[in-house]
Design a protein around this ligand. Sequence first.
Ligand SMILES: [Zn+2]
Length: 77
Amino acid sequence: MARRRTRTSASKARSTGNGLDWSGDDGISHWGGGQRRPCRICGNPAFLVDDNGRPCHKVCAETEARTAAAVAASIPA
Ligand SMILES: [Zn+2]
């Protein structure tokens, strides 16, 4: 008799530690208005903007945030 197990992956935790939440749920729109402008980090055309409204890729911002966190952690207070 084959029993079927239904696996419900209810653990859809939002990753706030590793990635940025640019979904707009926090009231901040990261949509740059449909025009591509040079990313402030890598210089390639980006549709999105960062928290300050500057053109930026989400991945670039995440990399920057991680780097900043790592740098901050390595600097003794
Ligand atoms: Zn970029």
